[in-house]
Design a binder for this molecule. Structure first.
Ligand SMILES: Cc1ncc(COP(=O)(O)O)c(C=O)c1O
Length: 437
């Protein structure tokens, strides 16, 4: 059996930054089984999975409808070159067009969110051939391929810099820590002004697109004031710039609507999707406005981009999300979780902020609510103690401040399991605050 200790990252040398933030984490679990909202490790321990793995099991793990669809497809054809159609490709594309926001009726596929994001960037430049720049937001996360790594937050020790493209990172509003003396709405208005200035006089040449996550997931679970979403749409229209929404985390019901676009009432020109679409099978892609020029043959052809097994699994997944009314479930569970967390916040001084909407839930832990000093060690402790009590919480491992606990389970989690996870959270926060081992 694989020795988990062999996978452990060494401790950090003094003075070295920890871009992936894993230096103090407990050993990796070896997972052997998953069903619905549960995962089991190789010691036979069961956990309530508040992470949906990579925030990707919007429909609970190993749903029999998805497994059956994948097996049936495996028996038909597993591999089709991108020059061909396949039955699941046509069926899934029709389904996605049906549920797409606005006129985002052109569909493209690949197997990873990072590549979907690159596909969106490529399409933006194809449609704005004069452009030289692409704007992203500070604290955004768009993947780990060379281009998307560069489009995400900065890495002080980034070894890949010499071979990466450059992006312009624009300021984003911070609702929990707005800029000095400003309300979150004023902060949003200021950021819009700054982006306007950046486009007008800050960059060498025209801009193809502004790309953003509607809620920044890995960068700190940052939602923006509503005025920022509509304001940025207007600003892009005014400048003739495309708006790309990275819905790889927020899509397929996570916010209580099929898309964040539906939730905020803003339709981007290009939307990326991934994670939850495949029901555990790898799939991602883009939806693009029908007015945009699509790729010419060969401009976006990936060997396994049209993987029929994933496409069939995705069709079964999206059908299940609809028939099981998982958007409604996400909304109901999310309302319940945020209500309980706000009640907990009144008793637990470590909880600085409670964030939603839907089942995109997180709390930010602080050592002091006035200074909002991030409680990083305490967040690691919540993660560790949660595991010991059979709950797998999400924590901010990458950028952001490293002090977030995330509760983003499958949308069809049983209410008792969600309640149990919140009970465990309450208990471990109480123990940490009380200095109990
Ligand atoms: C918002 C967002 N965009 C892109 C990605 C990259 O997706 P993948 O890991 O499938 O390449 C992620 C993954 O966490 C994400 O959260």
């Amino acid at each position: 059996m694989l020795q988990t200790s062999a996978l452990r990252r060494p401790g950090l040398e003094p003075g070295k930054s920890d871009p992936v933030g894993t230096a103090e984490r407990p050993e990796k679990l070896t997972l052997v089984k998953a069903l619905g909202s549960y995962v089991w490790d190789d010691q036979g321990r069961r956990y309530i999975d508040c992470t949906s793995q990579a925030w990707s099991n919007n429909l609970g793990a190993n749903d029999p409808r998805v497994i059956e669809a994948a097996i049936a497809q495996i028996r038909q054809i597993t591999h089709a070159r991108p020059n061909f159609n396949s039955v699941p490709l046509l069926a899934l594309s029709a389904k996605l067009r049906e549920i797409a926001p606005g006129a985002l009726h052109q569909v493209g596929y690949c197997l990873h969110g990072s590549l979907a994001t690159e596909m969106a960037m490529k399409l933006a430049f194809k449609n704005r051939p004069e452009a030289k720049n692409l704007i992203v937001l500070q604290d955004g996360y768009h993947g780990r391929s060379l281009a998307t790594l560069a489009a995400s937050w900065p890495h002080p020790d980034n070894p890949f810099l010499p071979i990466q493209p450059r992006f312009a990172r624009a300021p984003r509003p911070d609702t929990y820590r707005p800029r000095k003396g400003l309300t979150p709405e004023q902060d949003a208005a200021l950021c819009l002004d700054l982006i306007d200035d950046m486009i007008g006089k800050g960059l060498d040449g025209p801009v193809a697109a502004v790309m953003m996550e509607p809620i920044q997931g890995n960068g700190g679970h940052n939602e923006f004031p509503r005025s920022f979403y509509t304001g940025l749409r207007d600003l892009c229209d005014r400048h003739g710039i495309l708006l790309i929404w990275d819905e790889i985390q927020s899509g397929f019901g996570r916010l209580g609507t099929m898309w964040a676009s539906d939730y905020y009432g803003v339709v981007p020109d290009i939307l990326t999707f991934g994670k939850g679409v495949g029901g555990g099978f790898p799939l991602a892609g883009i939806l693009a406005d029908e007015r945009l020029t699509w790729f010419d043959e060969g401009e976006d052809a990936l060997t396994f981009g049209h993987f029929p097994v994933s496409l069939a699994a995705a069709l079964a997944t999206v059908n299940a999300i609809q028939s099981d009314k998982l958007c409604d479930r996400a909304r109901e569970h999310g309302d319940y979780a945020t209500l309980r967390l706000r009640e907990m916040q009144a008793r637990r001084r470590l909880i600085g902020d409670v964030r939603c909407p839907g089942l995109m839930v997180a709390i930010e832990l602080v050592t002091d609510r006035t200074t909002k000093e991030p409680a990083r060690r305490e967040a690691q402790e919540v993660y560790r103690r949660g595991l010991a009590k059979g709950v797998l919480f999400g924590e901010s491992r990458y950028a952001g401040l490293g002090n977030l606990i995330k509760i983003k389970p499958p949308l069809d989690i049983a209410r008792e399991d969600l309640a149990k996870a919140l009970d465990v959270l309450d208990e471990v926060l109480g123990d940490i605050e009380g200095g109990r081992p």
